[in-house]
Design a protein around this ligand. Structure first.
Ligand code: AHG
Length: 337
């Protein structure tokens, strides 16, 4: 008789989150519940992303998002799914989203005495959707007083106060990578069982790598220090001691994820057109900075750690230099040298 396929030591994300919760003192299960709500929404979004080319969901929605960009239909769909999951879960008091001008508050969570708020970019890299290139979701979770009537200023917390952050990468496979401040772990979605399984335990970014990710079309508008650093990347006179490879997808999650695993730096500097860069602090730069620092990397806006910046607006932009620590340090030396 054939022996059945042995169930290897698979750890699902549910199991992992439950174990982490049991290890944490005074855990109430609220954060675990909220993370599981995000997991659920990501599976639904993943399903739609995977069939985006097959159904009539591509194309631009006529409404513009909070920053005046044309929204794609999948952006709207992802936004709705994450909001619905967070509202129904009852663990989240309020959501700020790239796709919304104002924050959304949830009465049921307030009545339950919930104490978390979420800032998210439900579908980042939207210009890549209709060309079948990797896109992602980014989220950050902050704590407020239980049952608080949340106002915009409750989101104006520095990244250091984040309790959890992560991203979902809808790529050649779908991965969820997150941190609650106890290291970084990555889970790959196994579509055959519909579960995220631990595939990248305790991720550590290489100290230095030989990949740089930047939109070099903007070089004429970049600060001279950044241009000097990019020049160094093309020589052997850099911390890696070798000529770097340029890798730029134009999807922050995908570019960041590759550099996290292989070692590298992602740069979105200020330009004349966008003096604060293009990326948003609350739901792009800060959550990735938390993940990066937890993996041993660095994230700076050129002056200070991204984790120390106190937001002054929900959609505030912020320059971003993020990745392997020796590369970010060298970039900062070029900027200030
Ligand atoms: P969008 O969602 O409008 O496609 O923007 C994507 C973001 C980010 O994911 C990416 O790294 C960056 O913008 C790319 O900007 P450039 O096109 O200016 O390089």
């Amino acid at each position: 008789m054939e022996t059945p396929t042995k169930l290897r030591n698979i750890i699902t994300i549910n199991e992992f989150i439950r174990r982490q919760e049991m290890e944490a003192d005074q855990a109430t299960g609220e954060l675990s519940g909220l993370l599981m709500d995000l997991v659920l929404a990501s599976k639904i979004v993943n399903r739609e992303v995977n069939k985006a080319g097959l159904v009539n969901i591509l194309g631009s929605e006529s409404t513009a998002n909070a920053s005046g960009e044309t929204q794609m239909k999948l952006d709207v769909f992802a936004n709705e799914q994450f909001i619905a999951a967070l509202e129904n879960g009852g663990h989240c008091l309020a959501v700020a989203s790239e796709e919304l001008d104002h924050l959304l508050t949830f009465d049921r969570a307030r009545q339950r005495g919930a104490h978390y708020i979420v800032a998210m970019d439900p579908l980042d890299g939207s210009s890549n959707i209709d060309v079948n290139v990797s896109i992602g979701t980014i989220f950050s979770v902050f704590r407020v007083e239980p049952g608080k009537r949340v106002i915009m200023e409750d989101f104006f917390q520095p990244g250091r106060r984040m309790v959890a952050a992560g991203y979902i990468l809808y790529g050649s496979s779908t991965m969820l990578v997150f941190t609650t401040g106890q290291g970084v772990n990555g889970f790959t979605l196994d579509p055959s069982i519909g579960e995220y399984c631990l595939s990248h335990a305790d991720i550590c970014i290489p100290e230095v790598g030989a990949l740089y990710s930047v939109n070099e079309g903007n070089v004429p508008e970049m600060p001279p220090g950044v241009v000097a650093y990019l020049q160094e990347c093309k020589t052997r006179h850099n911390p890696a001691g070798k000529v770097h490879s340029a890798r730029y997808i134009g999807s922050l999650v995908a570019d960041f994820h590759r550099n996290l695993l292989k070692g590298g730096i992602y740069l979105y500097p200020p330009t004349q057109k966008d003096p604060n860069g293009k990326l948003r602090l609350l739901y792009e730069c800060a959550p990735l900075a938390f993940v990066c620092e937890q993996a041993g990397g660095m994230a700076s806006d050129g002056e200070r750690s991204v984790m120390d910046i106190v937001p002054e607006g929900l959609h505030q932009r912020c320059p971003l230099y993020i990745g392997s620590p020796r590369m970010v340090q060298r970039l900062l030396a070029c900027l200030h040298g």
